[in-house]
Design a protein around this ligand. Structure first.
Ligand code: ASP
Ligand code: MG
Length: 420
């Protein structure tokens, strides 16, 4: 069996959903587990609903949510004929759940409400697409992944309970393939042991698909994207970016770690652990070869470039010339963990510790405030972090030009430059 993952862009219109059906039709003999994201920018829209609700703007939250509702009902109406009524009633159940919540007063953490609201995006998209595929003759079963993916209650960044989820996959998912060759379910979401919905972190559907691939011992996973293949740089930033037809797990996990927006960084481990190849294919033209990611040796790669803008350098120094030793560093990492901060670069000196972070003002502020209790803090904003793997001096010169270099870290494979 195979695992397919379709992202938001691949299902953002009626035409694209029909295109998804054509892709599915082209593999009639296969058993396929299909993981689908929320349609288009639905997750962003639902985030706005959650924010309004939490700020106490109930009317605004309800009206923002109504826009999401109407959009989905319109899509369902356009796609479906005989299946519309039963699909609409399933959608209505999801709408009602959210609306009930929006009528309450927030009494718990924001992240809890975020997950209860945002998870509905994938439930709606999969309900519509499953019904539509069934009408087109692609016989499939719709599955609520919250009955399968058990997570902890770290809302917005939930961790999967591997043993529990694996048992569910074996008991409840595998037998479904005897009923229909295709199973449709959601990426990105799960549930706690108290049946509260959780999300696994933005763009987490790639990871959900990889968890299924691992647990179902899939022969491959395919991620359908709007790009031709994985590239050596973001073509929006670097128009001369080139396609990478073949990569290995190690390269991709490194690229994702440094911030390349190719595949969710957690995706690789479950695939690597079972040696399952990952294909990145273009849903706009499935005949293109795309990229294959596996465990085998690969030809030499061109420089692989990741440019992160809007970076903040936080410099923390001791006040009395005492060394920044294990205790300070331990304390700082404890703060990172508490605040869910993952520095993009850190460097330790005798009496100072430097870290480069994405500019999330509320987090940077909290970190600075907490660290100011024992260190002096300086913050510099609007910086760029350039990471290049397989670099050459020539390429670095071309990339950095006249920009001022603030910090540099380098191994044989990877160089990171913080630029003003
Ligand atoms: N819909 C979620 C997001 O936009 C998850 C995903 O697409 O992977 O982040
Ligand atoms: Mg997405």
């Amino acid at each position: 069996m195979k695992v397919f993952k379709f992202g938001g862009a691949s299902v953002n219109s009626v035409e694209r959903i029909r295109n998804l059906a054509r892709i599915m039709q082209a593999c009639p003999a296969d058993r396929i587990m299909v993981i689908i994201s929320a349609m288009g920018k639905t997750t962003n829209a639902l985030e706005k609903v959650a924010e309004s609700f939490y700020e106490g703007n109930k009317t605004e939250a309800l009206s923002l949510f109504d826009a999401v509702k109407q959009q989905h009902l319109t899509t369902a109406r356009e796609l479906l004929s005989s299946g519309y009524e039963s699909c609409a009633s399933r959608l209505q159940d999801f709408f009602t759940e959210v609306e009930w919540l929006l009528h309450d007063q927030p009494v718990r953490d924001y992240d809890y409400y975020y997950d209860q609201i945002v998870c509905v995006g994938e439930l709606l998209s999969t309900a519509i697409i499953s019904a539509s595929l069934n009408e087109t003759g692609i016989s499939n079963t719709w599955l609520d992944v919250r009955d399968i993916f058990r997570t902890d209650d770290d809302f917005r960044d939930a961790g999967i309970d591997w043993a529990f989820t694996l048992a569910k996959v074996k008991e409840q998912v595998e037998p479904l393939f005897d009923k229909t060759p295709v199973i449709i379910t959601q990426g990105f979401i799960g549930a706690t042991d108290e049946n509260e919905s959780t999300t696994l972190g933005r763009e987490g559907s790639d990871y959900s698909a990889a968890v299924f691939a691992n647990m179902l011992d899939a022969e491959s996973q395919t991620i359908w994207k709007d790009v031709e293949s994985v590239m050596n740089a973001d073509p929006k930033q670097f128009p001369d970016a080139v396609a990478l037809p073949e990569l290995n797990y190690k390269e991709v996990i490194e690229m994702a770690y440094y911030g390349a927006q190719v595949i969710h960084p957690k995706t690789i481990k479950p695939l690597q652990n079972k040696g399952i190849p990952l294909y990145v294919k273009c849903f706009l033209d499935p005949t293109l070869p795309g990229t294959v990611i596996h465990n085998q040796p690969i030809p030499p790669l061109p420089p692989v470039i990741v440019l992160k803008e809007n970076q903040v350098l936080v410099e923390m120094s001791s006040r009395d010339f005492s060394f920044i030793g294990e205790q300070h560093v331990g304390h700082l990492y404890h703060l990172f963990e508490q605040l869910h901060i993952r520095p993009n670069l850190t460097q330790n000196g005798a009496i100072s510790f430097l870290c480069v972070l994405d500019n999330r003002p509320e987090k940077v502020e909290k970190l600075a405030l907490a660290a100011a209790e024992f260190l002096d803090i300086q913050v510099k904003k609007d910086l760029s972090l350039l990471t290049v793997r397989h670099y050459s001096e020539e390429k670095l010169k071309e990339l950095t030009g006249q920009r001022q270099l603030l910090l540099k870290q380098q191994t044989r494979e990877t160089i990171q430059l913080l630029l003003d």
